[in-house]
Design a binder for this molecule. Sequence first.
Ligand SMILES: [Zn+2]
Ligand SMILES: [Zn+2]
Ligand SMILES: [Zn+2]
Length: 353
Amino acid sequence: MSQVVYITLEQPTPNHIEYILKSQTDWIHPHLIESVDPVKGRQIRASEHIPKGTCVLIDHPYAIIPVVDDPATNDDLICSNPACNRRSPRHSGRFSCSNSCIADVAWCSSACRDADKARHDFECTWLKRYADPIRKKWGEYDFGMLWVIVRLLASRHTEPEPQKDNVVPTSQRLKRGWAGIESLCGSVDTWPHEQVRSWTTLLKKYLQNSPVLPHGFSSDQVLHLVCQEEANSFGLYPRETGIFPPPQPAVDRGEQFAAAVYPTAAMANHSCVPNMTHKPDEDGRMIFTASRDILPGQECCISYFDLTKYTDLASRREHLRKSFKFTCQCDRCTSEEPVEENDDWTSMPMMDL
Ligand SMILES: [Zn+2]
Ligand SMILES: [Zn+2]
Ligand SMILES: [Zn+2]
């Protein structure tokens, strides 16, 4: 797994940002802290001023899957090696699985395929046996959800045990790796019964601990992981999400090419007037950038959807309720709420004059 750096520079210089972007390390801005809000739960805040344009976070996915139509001919298919994850156009000489599991699994080079052997071995038999039947019976969404879970379990399976002298000091506030995944929000109570029942059916059929998938977790633990994954996964799009106000003429974020779970990025809450934009880099890492000056104590938020869509209050709230199970109370939404009719007059009892 990648290393995380907490650098105590007052302000990272552009060269420094370039260095971080090119290296395999993650980046958490030194002024970013975790806190707990009584209503919203976990959130990230600025402990001190973070100027507009600053790179706030670079986070590696703990699990990532490609989401493309017709992977054999699609140029946006990502390399399966978690240390690489770059998009590999079909003419660039991709390498496929020697066990021919599924066309969605490919590597950009033989070196990436070899380096990814242990992790892919964990998922290969499962993919070969179940990918087709799941896609046919349940569809692409449920297949993608189950595959992300398998990849979370695969990363857990291959994650080195933390060495004693490598234990992250508590001053390094945000949890990383599997510990970060375990602390994500989401539980069976977050979701409607109907939904949880349907996941339970899928898990019983396809994700039991077995020789095909020797993960060692109980069914309840896997169900909990699904609840967390569904509450915290990101779609990866080629262009930025969360530019506000949206550029004119509006430019959307493009076609989704992957889905992923990030241990730290998942902690950012939503606002319809976010102070950070987010965009994956060419290695599938999620980059948060301050789109405005963020003041000390302010919460750092992203937008969970493309702000060029769902522009009015009613459609934003409906979309967030349906897809993310909350009613947005951000500054923009509350300021756009219609002023309640002052009906004091009409509710006054009639008086005989
Ligand atoms: Zn690669
Ligand atoms: Zn395979
Ligand atoms: Zn809102």
